[in-house]
Ligand binder design. Structure first.
Ligand SMILES: *[C@@H]1O[C@H](CO)[C@@H](O)[C@H](O)[C@H]1NC(C)=O
Ligand SMILES: *[C@@H]1O[C@H](CO)[C@@H](O)[C@H](O)[C@H]1NC(C)=O
Length: 433
């Protein structure tokens, strides 16, 4: 442990934007070189609970979506980290119940960076092999975490990466190349079967009064084009057509918010008519205020970010390099995890459009997992919202090594929309409740 120069500055000249300096045993961060010229950034918060030592609580790695969205920025400050984007204490931070590790992946995301244009990952297998390099290094450097139950939680495209990473990690542990106590993976509003998501956008919006018959026909026709491209294995084309469907949805819904159908962002106008908009899913995670925070006081606090690296500066390249992989499903990977005995949880927000619950139900019902008939026959259990006594906050069902959580009144970013419910879910999945 050492004080970064920026932190010495804070020590000498008082606090910088109220940011505490790293205290040994509280937080830690570093880069790992995962390939030549390719560097990945991680940021760890040790669990901070009044009733338990960090050694008695699990370790959770959080993976953001996009690809290109930053866990160290968005997940940390907008969802589950100890401070919110105003640097005020978050009451529902996951750090109360677990040590939390944010990793900016794939390479080029957040503070991670590549020195050369060919350093980006182009498929999820490469994303997983980069992450395995990072995890091997992390558990060597932080050997106190080797025996602590390790969970991977994820959101959106992060779930697709989490599934593949979990599979590779399971193999690496069996081969003893990574030392850790892997306990399970949780796939939040995850891009596991992109086509199932796109094909259910129309029906979901129709049944929630956001499309009329004419709009439903428009959206369904556009979605069929994506289906055809996927069937013909034209995945790059499918990604372009996916973006076209989004435009058709926006035009027919007066700009519904893909991340939560009940909130509308007045700053986002339905103006770009035919733009193939890969920015749509990377931009909301890089709002100007977050960018200023990360590229201002946070990078100063961290003290190890190279001068020519900008947080979010390579995000769009991360996405475009993955365009050929984006629409490929990883349902078979989830099946492999289940048959390998890995604990898998799917959780989804009721108000999420981009990865709507209807689409998740579809691919789950197609799993080859032998426990599926048993799971399907079970009734779900209601959970009360910890912040509103007597109000249903979620439903869940768990059977053998698979669980599903239906989170009510939450969109795509579940911990931002329903913080107390998300924290309770974290505790349940990590066997603290
Ligand atoms: C930053 O500058 C150094 C030195 O000029 C160079 O080696 C490195 O590749 C640059 N990094 C990026 C991400 O451009
Ligand atoms: C998976 O979850 C069950 C509880 O549902 C638990 O008994 C088991 O230990 C978990 N497996 C691992 C590898 O943590």
């Amino acid at each position: 442990f050492f004080f970064s120069p920026a932190c010495l500055g804070i020590q000498l000249f008082g606090s910088l934007a109220g940011l505490p300096c790293p205290v040994a045993g509280k937080e830690s961060w570093n880069y790992v070189k995962v390939r030549d010229g390719a560097h990945m950034f991680w940021w760890l918060y040790y669990a901070d609970s009044p009733s338990a030592e960090f050694k008695d609580l699990p370790l959770v790695m959080w993976l953001q979506g996009g690809p290109g969205g930053s866990g160290s920025g968005f997940g940390n400050f907008a969802e589950i980290g100890p401070l919110d984007t105003d640097l005020k204490t978050r009451k529902t931070s996951w750090v109360q119940a677990a040590s939390v590790l944010f990793v900016d992946n794939p390479v080029g995301t957040g503070f991670s960076y590549t020195e050369t244009p060919d350093g980006y990952a182009t498929n999820v297998a490469m994303v997983a092999s980069d992450m395995l390099v990072l995890l091997k290094q992390f558990f060597t450097e932080k050997s106190e975490f080797q025996n602590i139950p390790f969970y991977i939680f994820s959101e959106s495209y992060g779930g697709k990466m989490a599934a593949m990473i979990s599979l590779e990690l399971t193999k690496a542990i069996a081969q003893e190349t990574v030392k850790c106590n892997f306990a399970g993976v949780a796939l939040g509003d995850s891009w596991i079967s992109p086509l199932d998501s796109v094909l259910t956008w129309g029906p979901y919006l129709y049944f929630t009064s956001l499309l009329d018959d004419v709009g439903l026909a428009d959206v369904s026709n556009a979605a069929k084009d994506v289906e055809m491209a996927v069937e013909q294995q034209q995945f790059e084309k499918a990604t372009e057509l996916w973006s076209v469907v989004e435009t058709v949805v926006e035009q027919n819904t007066n700009g519904v918010n893909f991340y939560n159908i009940l909130t509308q962002d007045p700053d986002i106008k339905v103006s770009e008519k035919h733009v193939i908009n890969i920015h749509r899913h990377v931009k909301p995670l890089h709002r100007q205020s977050l960018s200023q925070l990360m590229n201002g006081p946070i990078r100063e606090k961290l003290g190890i970010i190279p001068k020519n690296v900008t947080w979010g500066g390579q995000a769009e390249e991360v996405f475009s390099n993955m365009a050929g992989d984006f629409m490929k499903p990883v349902v078979d990977v989830v099946d492999q995890l289940l048959s390998a005995g890995v604990n898998v949880t799917v959780y989804n927000g009721q108000l999420d459009l981009i990865v709507d619950t209807m689409g998740q139900e579809l691919w789950v019902k197609r799993l080859k997992w032998e426990g599926l008939p048993g799971f399907s026959k079970m009734k779900w259990t209601a959970l009360y919202d910890p912040s509103s006594p007597g109000v249903t906050g979620a439903f869940y069902k768990t059977y053998r090594n698979f669980a599903f959580y239906w989170i009510l009144k939450a969109g795509h970013m579940i911990p931002s929309d329903q913080g107390p419910m998300a924290l309770q879910m974290l505790k349940m999945i990590t066997q603290q409740l």
